[in-house]
Design a protein around this ligand. Sequence first.
Ligand SMILES: Cc1cc2nc3c(=O)[nH]c(=O)nc-3n(C[C@H](O)[C@H](O)[C@H](O)COP(=O)(O)O)c2cc1C
Length: 269
Amino acid sequence: MVDANALLHQQDPKRDILKTHPDDKPIAAQLLGSNPDQMLEAAKLLLTMVEPVFLDINAACPAKKILKKKCGAYFAKNPTNLFKIIEKLSSNLSLPITVKLRIGFDRYDEKEFIANVKNCEKAGASALFVHGRTMKQGYSGTVNYEAIKKAKAAVKIPLFGSGDILNRELMHKMLNETGCDGVLVARGALGNPWFFSGETPDPEEKKNVMRRHLAYLEKYKKTRPTGKLGQMKKTAMWYLKEFRNTHELRRQITNCRTIPELLALAKII
Ligand SMILES: Cc1cc2nc3c(=O)[nH]c(=O)nc-3n(C[C@H](O)[C@H](O)[C@H](O)COP(=O)(O)O)c2cc1C
């Protein structure tokens, strides 16, 4: 996700997140913003930097600072600009434009939500990604399969379900119960890149991949050292989630004060 305004106007926007590995294909990009003209300008700039197969518009992020800018999940409350953005981008760019949206702002209203998804399709969206929660729910509470099912039935374009796809059983449940065309995996893949192949790694492999992941964060993440250390600790914890008796280890990770200290600890885990 890239903020259109930051991309266009900041001297050093978070361009490191646009870096990808050549093997990471196909890949998509997502833009966040509220102004149709600015979104188009940012999209054009973005396409000079990366080669996504489609471009997604974020109408789902519930962060307060994003809502203040009248974008992200704000569009669940007032979608006028969202439809204009879809129209603008899909009529001026040659790649497919998609939308990631939530099922409501502070509550789910079937009529309103279905009108929104239909209007996204009408405005030119090529596919929709629906996180089955409201903005207010954030990342917790029940995922509304019924809303996703209704949305899928209301449009002709492909529609993907999102929300609590934490394992393969939940993936099949979402596909079967909503009839959606695919799912988005988010927290289920944190510390578990094997989610996609369905393999079950042995503990040593898991630790090795964790060490590699930490090394990549150290090398590529462009944040202040404290932010980077925090991200690295969080990442280590994700990989250790299903290990037993890790209380002491977790305490040691939490207490690490520097990146070299954390890397040294990861080596002997
Ligand atoms: C670490 C993390 C980063 C995310 N980044 C984005 C993002 O850039 N754009 C977006 O539309 N959703 C983003 N999401 C939301 C997910 O796409 C997904 O809709 C949400 O987490 C619900 O799925 P889950 O319950 O399986 O985690 C992110 C989620 C997580 C956990």
